[in-house]
Design a protein around this ligand. Structure first.
Ligand SMILES: [Zn+2]
Ligand SMILES: [Zn+2]
Length: 389
């Protein structure tokens, strides 16, 4: 039975096996299920029983291409690595000295624990840790980013640093719990842009999960108007349900910049959150903002993109990049979700058992049945899927 020295457990309520089912990445695109030992929480860590994990576009990047995952200094293939990072569950074991959380507590997780000792970690920018991926051999700085540089959530149990945990209420479903980190990324984008956006105009480009959450968070922060642009009407409709004041289908609108300005009373908007990764997106974004406006880039294109630097300089436009969900943004996002300021579950479309992960990944990748957020659950046994409402 699982009983590592110095680790607190409660086997009566939350029995823990010694080994678990875990998906492991082989060659690009190849996942197989394996048996792995249940990991042991160290100081300032807990063991989480994973109840649900959502598939993210970045998981697909990692599984098929490698970066931004970095395992032992290199590509994540054939290294017994378990991907998956947007999970939630219950704390079932406490590492030595942990009293910040208790056994049985429900939590969602942030991805990046950082190293806790570099300049950026000390500033709260732990998603930009200077020791990213340094957690092995004689360069071990203790950095963790589960599903990126350390084992992630496509399994049954994982250890997390207490600084990555976000308590969630019992009323929140498992599926909604997995979306805390998605909403947290949107919150981080708005934090970097200036945070308090009440009464200011925001355009979100690209209605993927983060874009849709950016609409919801911007609206909850009081932005007015919130405009969403994209190519698919069904997703734009969800944007309206999450609080967008107006949507623009760029396939039907030849000049998207002019249309956004028209919807904002003829002027550029104060903020753009770019979530589309389209090659034209950066130049469109810097033309959608007013002079002195701010653009946050939350998506990345695969190729280098030419940018109109002169326009940015002449108009004193600020351009920010964000990585993940820094500065405790997930806690602020979760507070909105707990207060039901928006319904994040509108972006959850499908749930599969953990054993059906390859099918779940196909749904997410090929957008089968208009899939947006696809969730897998370890305790869902029968080989079936549930379509969300
Ligand atoms: Zn993600
Ligand atoms: Zn660091």
């Amino acid at each position: 039975m699982y009983a590592p020295p110095g680790v607190k457990t409660n086997h009566n309520e939350f029995p823990i096996p010694d080994s678990q089912r875990a998906w492991v990445l082989g060659d690009p695109g190849q996942l197989s299920i394996a048996k792995k030992p249940v990991p042991v929480p160290k100081k300032a860590e807990v063991l989480i029983r994973i109840d649900a994990v959502a598939i993210c576009a970045t998981d697909l990047e990692i599984i098929y291409h490698g970066p931004p995952a970095m395992i032992q200094g290199g590509m994540p293939f054939n290294k017994n690595f378990t991907p998956g990072h947007e999970y939630m569950g219950r704390v079932v074991a406490l590492g030595p000295g942990v009293d910040e959380y208790s056994i049985g507590q429900r939590v969602a997780v942030e991805i990046h624990a950082g190293c806790g000792q570099c300049k950026r970690c000390r500033e709260g920018m732990y998603t930009s840790c200077h020791n990213y991926g340094l957690n092995y051999g004689d360069v071990d700085k203790g950095h963790r980013a589960n599903g990126f540089t350390t084992d992630g959530g496509f399994c049954e149990y994982q250890v997390n640093n207490i600084n990555t945990l976000v308590s969630i209420p019992d009323e929140m479903t498992d599926e909604e719990g997995t979306l805390v980190v998605t909403a947290g990324t949107a919150m981080y984008a708005l934090t970097e842009l200036g945070g308090l956006v009440a009464g200011e105009s925001v355009c979100v480009t690209g209605p993927g999960p983060i874009g849709l959450m950016a609409v919801a968070v911007a609206k909850a922060l009081g932005a007015q108007p919130v405009i969403l642009t994209g190519t698919r009407d069904n997703r734009l409709k969800i944007g309206l349900e999450l609080g967008a004041d107006a949507v623009v289908n760029i396939r039907k609108t030849p000049d998207v910049v002019a249309e956004v300005k028209k919807l904002n009373g003829g002027k550029g908007v104060d903020y753009v959150v770019e979530c589309s990764a389209a090659t034209s997106a950066v130049n469109d974004a810097v033309r959608m903002v007013n002079r002195g406006g701010r653009v946050c880039l939350a998506a990345f294109a695969h190729e280098e993109v030419p940018v109109d630097v002169a326009h940015i300089v002449r108009n004193n436009i600020y351009v920010y990049g964000i990585r993940g969900e820094g500065k405790s943004a997930t806690h602020r996002a979760e507070a909105f979700m707990k207060q039901k300021r928006f319904d994040a579950t509108k972006i959850h479309t499908h749930t599969f058992p953990l054993d059906d992960l390859p099918t779940a990944i196909r749904y997410a990748k090929d957008r089968v049945e208009d899939a947006i957020k696809v969730v897998v659950k370890a305790k869902m046994n029968a080989a079936h899927k549930e379509a969300a409402e």
